[in-house]
Design a protein around this ligand. Sequence first.
Ligand SMILES: [Ca+2]
Length: 164
Amino acid sequence: MCRILLYMFPLSVPVSLYSDCGGVLDASKPGYITSPGYPLEYPPHQNCHWVIQAPETSQRIVLNFNPHFEIERLDCKYDFIEIRDGTSETADVLGRHCSNIAPPPIISSGPLIQIRFVSDYAHQGAGFSLRYEIFKTGEEMMICGTQRPGFTAPQFILAEAKWI
Ligand SMILES: [Ca+2]
C-alpha cells in the first residue's frame, strides 16, 4: 500500500503534509506547538508526537492553550490531544482534550512532558495552538506585588522627588 502511494505521488507532494508534526523541543526558550495547518483545518490521519524538555531536572513545564481550539468531539475518541507527565508511554495523563473548549494551563511535575495529537479519517477542525515555557513559581507573586497600592505609592513619591 505504501509503495503504491509513493509511485502515485512522486516528489512534488508537499512534504509538510506528512512531516511537520512532532519532534523534541527544548523549553529553555518559550515556543509554540500547533496542530498541522493551524488555524486551518488539520488533515485526517495525523499521529503527531512531541516531547518538550526543560534543561534542568528541577524545572517544570507549563502549557498555555490558545482559546481558538477545535478538535472533533465524540468523547475524544477519534481526534484528540493528549498530554502526559513524562516521556514513557505509560506516564500519567495530564489531560486528553477535544471539542471547542481549550484546556486550562497544564503544568508538568518534572522536566519532561509529551504531547500527542491524533486525528482519524473524517471530521476535522481548526485544531490547537499552545505555548510552552518553563514554569516559574515566583511569577504570580511578583505580579501581585506590583499591583498592591502600597508598592506604587512610594515609587510615585520617589519619581516626584527626582523632578524637584
Ligand atoms: Ca476526525
